[in-house]
Design a binder for this molecule. Structure first.
Ligand SMILES: *Cc1c(COP(=O)(O)O)cnc(C)c1O
Length: 393
């Protein structure tokens, strides 16, 4: 969808700063991932409000594309999925972080699958499920080396024996999580795959079987080691258009789903050596035009990006100058003839104004590099004050 600058105030009168979410790209990324995942089913991870993209519209598109199950980090994140009619109630939702025992009633109410990693929690969940006449589905969670959650590999069989007879619980999955699947050195990743495979074999030998066997995050899917895919994969970041790192030998051909846009709210022509913004940390180098844009650190434009951030206007890059404020920041546009209302793009791509370059782009990796973090943190830091506007390319 091509919004013109004028469209924003008309259609979204409350805010000219928006995150455009391209559900067509989300769907295309899903299909790219599916192709790599072979016969494995897909559990799109939509935790953290779908990595900042908005959980309900993203989940709706992903379910339509054929997601077998949705993954969230906490039970509370499933509430909008269960109350919004766009998500069929029968869609399985798994919470990929192990719950506390007192969470049982909520898991029953929202009909959620849970990570089985503690006997006490299993007993509480069993009792509550029996009381309300439900059967809760569980995924036995194995710690193969991430050491964040799950039971130890050597305790898996004993654990399974102690919980298999709990009423109203069906353990239909087994899972683990990788610590290094996005790194160039794949040795620890393969060690985890092996430990997981051995644990499953031990359980099989004792007569246990699982419908869903899952481990792969985006990094493991990109690594395309078929043995790590098992029967279900859990992609997160790749769905939203980013590879988890730049160390992958065969990165996934996915494209960013989110673009961040605002418009010039005011302009001023300033002489050389005029200070800009709080603390006067920047002064104009020559006579120039300074454009103010209504986006700041309360929108997720991290203050540490001060003096490190570029934006795109009319197919050209310009620098943000002076300290980034809570709600606004300033762009040095030189002698460019832009007017108030002109679109300013902070993330995404646009046609280049220069004949020799086709397209210019800024993505979450660019910000992440400046901030010594990863694109995950950039995307999930775009705050709720920024409306998400959906379209399908
Ligand atoms: C967040 C998460 C994922 C998705 O990871 P990506 O690197 O974003 O693909 C998968 N599994 C678990 C358990 C997670 O916490």
């Amino acid at each position: 969808m091509n919004y013109t600058t004028r469209d924003y105030p008309q259609e979204y009168p409350l805010r000219t700063t928006i995150a455009e979410i391209d559900l067509g790209r989300l769907r295309a990324n899903f299909r790219t991932i599916s192709a790599r995942a072979g016969s494995a089913a897909i559990m799109p991870v939509v935790k953290a409000d779908a990595y900042g993209h908005g959980i309900v519209p993203c989940a709706e598109a992903l379910v339509q594309e054929g997601a077998a199950m949705l993954g969230v980090a906490f039970a509370a994140e499933a509430e909008p999925l269960r109350t919004d009619r766009r998500i069929p109630y029968e869609t399985p939702i798994a919470v990929v972080t192990p719950p506390f025992p007192h969470g049982a009633a909520e898991y029953c109410r929202l009909n959620l699958e849970f990570c089985a990693a503690s006997l006490e929690t299993m007993q509480a969940f069993s009792a509550e499920a029996a009381r309300t006449g439900r059967t809760l589905k569980a995924h036995l969670t194995i710690d193969t080396g991430m050491h964040r959650d799950g039971i130890q590999t050597h305790e898996a069989l004993e654990f399974m024996r102690s919980v298999e007879h709990l009423p109203n619980i069906a353990i239909h999955g087994i899972c683990t999580h990788f610590a290094t699947s996005d790194e160039a050195d794949t040795s620890y990743f393969h060690l985890q795959v092996k430990r997981f495979g051995d644990t499953i074999q031990t359980l099989r030998d004792a007569g246990y079987s699982f419908r869903y066997i899952h481990a792969a995050n985006s990094g493991a899917i990109a690594n395309t080691s078929a043995e790590a895919l098992f029967t279900l994969v859990r992609p997160g970041i790749a769905l939203y258009g980013y590879n988890p790192s730049d160390e992958l030998s065969e990165p996934l051909n996915v494209k960013p789903v989110m673009a961040l846009k605002t418009s010039i709210i005011s302009l001023r022509r300033l002489a050389a050596e005029e200070p800009i913004s709080y603390g006067r940390r920047y002064t104009t180098l020559r006579e120039t035009t300074i454009a103010t844009i209504p986006i700041g650190y309360a929108d997720g434009l991290r203050r540490n990006l001060t003096e490190k951030l570029r934006v795109m206007i009319g197919g050209q890059y310009f620098s943000v100058v002076g300290t980034i404020c809570m709600d606004q920041c300033m762009v040095d546009i030189g002698d460019a003839p832009f007017a108030v209302g002109e679109t300013v793009q902070l993330l995404g791509s646009q046609k280049s104004a220069l004949a020799e370059v086709e397209e210019i782009r800024i993505d979450a990796n660019d910000w992440a590099q400046q901030l010594h973090t990863i694109p995950y943190e950039i995307l999930t830091s775009i705050t709720a004050r920024v409306p998400r506007i959906y379209f399908t390319s």
